[in-house]
Write a protein that binds this ligand. Sequence first.
Ligand SMILES: C[S@@+](CC[C@H](N)C(=O)[O-])C[C@H]1O[C@@H](n2cnc3c(N)ncnc32)[C@H](O)[C@@H]1O
Length: 183
Amino acid sequence: MKKNVLLEQAHEILRGLIQKNDIMVDATMGNGHDTLLLSSLAKEVYAFDIQEQALVKTKEKVGTLPHVHLILDSFEHIHDYVKNYRGVIFNLGYLPQGDTSITTMHDVTIRTLTMISSHLVKDGFIQIVVYPGHPEGKVESDAIQQWLKTLNPHHFQITETSFYHQDNDPPYMMMIYKTKDEG
Ligand SMILES: C[S@@+](CC[C@H](N)C(=O)[O-])C[C@H]1O[C@@H](n2cnc3c(N)ncnc32)[C@H](O)[C@@H]1O
């Protein structure tokens, strides 16, 4: 696979953050690269996708492990399965080498991010890799940027990692850290 510095950095951040007692959620399992990494770092992993193909690919990569739960459902239903997670990661867009018309949709993504961010406890985090280089990805990226502005800076710290000089709306990563509980 072609070297992708952004995804390497995303994984490096996860290696630094996740502790062995953490429960982690992979909101978009896709081909299973992220689920595989989480499975080596966390106590338990809940991975979601709306495509059967993603579960097949991920199972090929990760195998059957008792602490890894592969779930065929939309990420908006995460709380039906798990609530005591430390963090949630999103790698948005469509399945590489798959059906590009099945992609994350901005309204569902924003609804889910709102739900998760208000549920996170101190030291929890969300990682989002965003792909504005395709039409729905651009709409989603704009919606995410608007939504991030609504997060209270007294409770959240947010960082962005982006390519410096690539053309055509390259992907970028947002890290959202809950640094203080509300109230
Ligand atoms: C870029 S891929 C994820 C790549 C993956 N993390 C990996 O390591 O290979 C995006 C995935 O999001 C999935 N997806 C789209 N909408 C979704 C939703 N509402 N809930 C869960 N997964 C969704 C797509 O089916 C696709 O497999």
